[in-house]
Ligand binder design. Structure first.
Ligand SMILES: Nc1nc2c(ncn2[C@@H]2O[C@H](COP(=O)(O)OP(=O)(O)OP(=O)(O)O)[C@@H](O)[C@H]2O)c(=O)[nH]1
Ligand SMILES: [Mg+2]
Length: 331
């Protein structure tokens, strides 16, 4: 009995601490926002407690995902967008997902430098995240981090991910407004198509429009949209040309993002999109929870026993899984 009450006391303490932390985040304390995000990145019980407190204090800020090939200019564009939004008096929060590749060190450093313009601005919060320790990886850590940011009531949250790899594309694709960044030049449009970026785009940006091949790139994108017209759900993704390094076209992009936001709200699609996002995350969490439980049941002994039986061809994999899950979740 005494261990149980000690454990529940510890649990209450954790929740109390998380509540207090999120309360300070809500009041706009940036250091506490940074701390809360570190907990989330690290994972574990405190991350969960913080996620719970953040969800209870959701502000529903508009989430803009910016994705595209490495080096397409996503960070430069984000920085230029922030400038635009700050002029409008908006408070902006940015989550940049660091690719897990060990070769990305230079890119991460580059991001930090490119967004340095806003380092001293109180209305801008920028965080990059790797989520190495988080159980369930990036696909569960990113939404948890976004919830914490959301609790700070920004006018907008920008999420930058590199458009390579299933997980990164999925994360960006779940945003309210998805901006896909391509560059002029032969074959870029085909790349966007191949990588599955076409299906998730609400807005296309042809960045580096100071280079050759812009009209060709635009024509190819239009053609792809024509071919996939049946996928469009009352919104044909506009194509915006930008030169992120000097801000050209960025106010137009900002206006189109706002137009898409209005479109989502007016058509009821915002609620649908967000529900789908929560549903898919909940399914992932259930899968992870069940997996953990089945693997760890009886200290992992049952899993080893079942595995041995599978390897001896006594039972098949599905039966073993069914057995382990039902043992671990008694009704
Ligand atoms: N010429 C030209 N260069 C640009 C433009 N926008 C960005 N760049 C340059 O392109 C390079 C990559 O820009 P980033 O903003 O780091 O691109 P990114 O997509 O964030 O890159 P990763 O995060 O590494 O995938 C930098 O050297 C930028 O200065 C543009 O409009 N025109
Ligand atoms: Mg970047």
């Amino acid at each position: 009995v005494s261990t149980r009450s000690a454990a529940s006391h510890e649990f209450e303490d954790l929740n109390g601490n998380a509540d207090r932390l999120i309360d300070r985040v809500r009041q706009g304390n940036r250091r506490d926002l940074a701390r809360a995000l570190s907990y989330v990145e690290y994972g574990g019980a405190m991350a969960q407690a913080i996620g719970r407190a953040a969800w209870a204090n959701a502000s529903g800020a508009h989430l803009v995902g910016i994705t595209g090939a490495p080096g397409a200019g996503k960070s430069t564009l984000t920085s230029a967008l922030i400038k635009e939004e700050r002029l409008a008096g908006d408070v902006v929060t940015v989550l940049a997902i660091d690719p897990s590749s060990p070769f990305s060190g230079g890119a991460i450093l580059g991001d930090r430098i490119r967004m340095m313009d806003h380092a001293l601005d109180d209305g801008v919060f920028i965080r990059s995240m790797a989520a190495r320790g988080h159980l369930g990886g990036l696909s569960l850590a990113a939404p948890q981090a976004l919830r914490v940011m959301d609790a700070s009531s920004p006018s907008r949250i920008i999420l930058e991910t590199v458009g390579v790899g299933q997980t990164e594309i999925e994360i960006a694709g779940a945003a309210d407004t998805v901006v896909v960044v391509v560059n002029p030049g032969w074959g870029d449009d085909v790349q966007a198509n191949k990588a599955g970026l076409l299906e998730i785009a609400d807005i296309f940006v042809i960045n580096k429009a100071d280079r050759e091949g812009v009209s060709r790139c635009k024509r190819d994108l239009e053609q792809m949209l024509d071919l996939n017209a049946e996928l469009l759900d009352g919104w044909r993704p506009p194509i915006i040309c930008t030169v992120a390094v000097n801000g050209e076209g960025v106010s137009e992009l900002d206006a189109v993002i706002r137009r898409h936001e209005d479109h989502l709200r007016d058509s009821g699609r915002l609620v649908k999109r967000r529900s789908a996002r929560v549903k898919s995350e909940l399914e992932k969490i259930i899968a992870l929870t069940l997996t953990q439980r089945a693997l760890l049941f009886a200290g992992g002994r049952d899993f080893q026993l079942a595995l041995d039986r599978v390897l001896a061809h006594e039972i098949d994999l599905y039966s073993a899984a069914e057995l382990l899950v039902s043992q671990a979740t008694p009704d």
